[in-house]
Design a protein around this ligand. Structure first.
Ligand code: AOF
Ligand code: ZN
Length: 386
């Protein structure tokens, strides 16, 4: 088997950690013995748990000596929640390490260098693009110092999210709505504007669809040939933090978003009247901005401090427009229903575009049917490519 094939398997293993590793990345590892036979496999299952390399090395035992390790992310060289993987690979006697993506985390990087200094052959960049895709959110948060933001909306084919009288429920199908719950469950935080909270009174919680067997918490990540382990006394994955952008502090105490199902943060302007939210939510004050309420980059910085890696931005064409205008949207997921309204609010509000030359250009990444609807995923075109 080729390096690519083993790396593809490592990427597959990494994906078992999807949704449970935050604030850590997903990482997979395959260890071959000296004769090229697979001796151990592993993936990172939850923050605080063993790294993928350690899991795979444990499974391989003595067979790792003189062998090769395939890792989707450069082995770490630091002692964080766990010890340095570069050291573990050296102690196991690994002779060659193949890496997909370099670690941009300055605290952890340097593993490749340390291994080379000790005579290990290190190759990097194997299936890098594929491995990057699996860690888009985490890589964005490390590189930009703010969470990765996905803006999600649902609309008719003519791009409207509400009818002329403001009614907006059930534009898209039950399948699309179930898919949104999957998106929510994968996010660390769900952000909505006060307009949406007042109009729709959403809970902004992630309901798992019936039949979804994905465990809420990660296990030790041991995996050769077996099903994904779970339980094992590991803390359950935290429910996504609910964030309300509410510059004038208008969130009513009776709002469902303040229920006890998940923690809530209400972001108000620094000059907003004090708000008696008691214990229902934490309030954070941010600089007031025009036209939309508060300093959104400041809000993301605050979420970054709280180890929020991925944000799902929902609800509020105005809020979404402001995020877009400030260049704070990394991915767009639109659910389009085969329906037409002809009048009513557009899915997106003003986003700083006055003339066609200023259009926000995106590229489609994926198109998937969700029941009778289409789910379109797109990303902003990187500036250098325009
Ligand atoms: C992981 N899993 O399999 C690898 C990681 O807090 P720690 O000790 O778990 O360290 C997390 C950092 O370690 C992470 O941000 C990344 O830079 C590096 N490598 N992390 O969570 C793994 N190999
Ligand atoms: Zn490590």
């Amino acid at each position: 088997m080729t390096d690519q094939a083993h790396m593809r398997r490592a990427i597959e293993l990494a994906a078992h950690g999807r949704g449970t590793t935050s604030p850590n990345p997903i990482v997979g590892c395959v260890v071959l013995d000296a004769s090229g036979q697979v001796a151990g496999e592993g993936f990172h299952a939850y923050a605080g748990g063993p790294h993928a390399e350690v899991v795979a090395l444990r499974a391989a035992g003595e067979r790792a000596r003189g062998g090769t390790a395939y890792v989707t992310l450069e082995p770490c060289d630091h002692t964080g929640r766990t010890g340095p993987c570069a050291l573990a690979l050296l102690e196991a006697g690994i002779a060659r390490v193949v890496v997909a993506v370099n670690d941009p985390n300055p605290m952890a990087a340097g593993g490749a260098d340390r291994l080379r200094r000790h005579g290990v052959v290190v190759e990097t960049g194997v299936l890098a693009e594929e491995a990057e895709r699996g860690n888009t959110e985490w890589l964005t948060s490390v590189r930009l110092g703010r969470p990765h933001v996905t803006w999600k909306y649902a609309a008719t084919l003519d791009g409207r999210s509400a009818a002329a009288d403001g009614t907006s429920q059930w534009i898209t199908s039950p399948e699309s709505r179930a898919d949104v719950h999957r998106l929510r469950a994968e996010a660390d935080a769900i952000v909505a504007g006060i307009g949406t909270v007042l109009a729709d009174d959403p809970r902004l919680t992630a309901r798992r669809p019936p039949g979804d067997e994905t465990p809420a918490a990660g296990g030790p990540g041991l995996s050769p040939g077996g099903a994904r382990p779970h339980g094992d006394g590991v803390a359950a994955a935290r429910p996504p933090l609910r964030v309300v952008v509410d510059s004038d502090a208008r969130t009513p105490l009776t709002a469902r978003v303040l229920d006890s199902r998940a923690p809530t943060l209400v972001a108000v302007a620094d000059d907003a009247a004090a708000q008696p939210l008691a214990d229902a939510a934490e309030v954070v004050r941010l600089a007031r901005r025009r036209p939309y309420g508060i300093d959104l980059a400041g809000l993301l910085a605050e979420l970054h401090r709280r180890q929020i890696v991925s944000v799902l931005l929902e609800g509020g064409p105005t809020l979404a427009g402001s995020f877009l205008k400030e260049g704070l949207i990394d991915r767009v997921v639109g659910y389009l229903a085969p329906a037409l309204l002809g009048a009513g609010a557009a899915a997106l509000g003003p986003a700083g575009v006055a003339t066609i030359a200023e259009t926000h250009r995106l590229e489609f990444e994926d198109v998937t049917p969700t029941g009778p609807d289409l789910r379109l995923t797109a990303r902003p075109v990187p500036l250098k490519e325009l």
